[in-house]
Write a protein that binds this ligand. Structure first.
Ligand code: AQP
Length: 345
């Protein structure tokens, strides 16, 4: 686990929490892919366990308000929200150790988003890479939510005064913007929010099956870790490997082969596997088959847990409702303080 800079302890008599608090949000986007797990969810679980041992809080949120910028089918959004809750629990989140809830169940965050909008220059938002990308990928639907998306992210984090944010590297520009928004707010209204810091895994950017772009649903280059084994096998067998290795007898270059890179995360013997590639003892197909089997086996318990959880929506709703209730006091206290500081009360 890597923290991009040590969080500063609370200085003068501010209302910053004495202990660090961790927060992260994830979209209810239907598919949980390998990039989500290796890049972020593993750290959600690691921080949750550390927090439970060391006495700090960890808060995880399924960001359905954010999803509305792209998903406009209410039934789909509801279904995918439950699917994401089931996925996160199946992958190791424990509602007894962390607080897991749905963003829209704590609507105070939309008020805070509006208030933070008033300290955020519009130019900062127009420059964010995701906004520019979404303008390309959904040109018929460049809604205002896409522009203000990072402000809502900032509100998500700071309403809980979180200073540790486990994310993949693709989210770094958004987190930087959150830090700038925090600085702008604190400079205008006094020290209210801690500056959030990214927490990265050892795989902050996981490439997709094309071996070129970040693994991403919208690109369609994902490995869907909770899908049926046949689906996973097919996705992995379609992976692009070392493009210069044409013949089976050509030596491979594990350092540029995405399949070889993924082996790092599924077994201690990746150097042997790499050696087999370099000396052409093994071919790309062998290496892919092995990776597919390892990923299928690694996620088998999570797949089983997911099946059980998704078959019990009453339990999932209860967990999410309880999570939203548990964080209510933190959200309400922050909002009372912010309204006071801004002259609204
Ligand atoms: N490829 C990745 N490598 C490392 N981390 C990743 N994350 C996502 N893809 C990778 C991290 O997962 C967390 C959840 O991100 P999200 O809510 O943006 O999830 P997503 O919608 O599933 O990401 P996609 O697939 O990239 O979505 P689209 O295609 O809609 O843009 C974040 O911490 C993210 O960094």
């Amino acid at each position: 686990m890597t923290i991009d800079a040590a969080p500063k302890p609370a200085t003068r008599a501010s209302s910053l929490p004495a202990q660090p608090r961790a927060f992260s949000g994830i979209q209810p986007s239907g598919v949980t892919h390998l990039g989500n797990d290796l890049g972020a969810i593993r750290n959600y679980v690691a921080l949750q366990n550390r927090g439970a041992a060391e006495g700090f809080e960890t808060i995880y949120c399924i960001v359905d308000y954010h999803a509305l910028t792209s998903v406009h089918d209410p039934d789909r959004l509801r279904r995918q929200t439950l699917e994401m809750a089931a996925s996160l629990i199946a992958l190791g989140l424990d509602p007894d150790k962390c607080m897991l809830f749905v963003q829209s169940h704590r609507p105070e965050v939309t008020e805070l988003c509006w208030l933070l909008n008033t300290v955020t220059p519009v130019g900062w938002l127009q420059r964010t890479p995701t906004y520019k990308e979404k303008r390309q990928t959904q040109p018929e639907d460049v809604n205002h939510g896409l522009l203000t998306y990072p402000v809502l992210q900032a509100a998500d984090i700071v309403i809980y005064k979180a200073s540790l944010v486990p994310i993949g590297k693709d989210q770094a520009p958004h987190l930087e913007l959150s830090r700038e928004i925090v600085r702008a707010f604190n400079a205008r209204y006094g020290e209210t929010f801690p500056e959030p810091h990214a927490v990265y895994t050892e795989a902050p950017v996981v490439l997709g099956t094309d071996g070129v772009r970040k693994m991403s649903k919208s690109v369609g280059n994902t490995i869907d870790i909770l899908a049926e084994p046949d689906v996973i096998r097919k996705q992995i067998m379609s992976m692009v490997t070392d493009t210069q290795r044409i013949l089976r007898s050509d030596p491979g270059r594990p350092e540029v082969c995405n399949v070889c890179q993924m082996h790092r995360h599924f077994g201690d013997d990746y150097e042997e596997i790499w050696d087999g590639e370099r000396t052409a003892r093994t071919g790309c197909v062998d290496t892919k088959k092995l990776l597919a089997q390892r990923i299928i086996d690694h996620y088998a318990p999570a797949r089983e847990a997911y099946r059980e959880l998704i078959a019990d929506p009453v339990r999932l709703h209860r967990i999410l409702d309880e999570g939203a209730e548990r964080i209510r006091p933190i959200a309400e206290a922050t909002m009372a303080e912010v309204r006071e500081r801004m002259g609204l009360r």
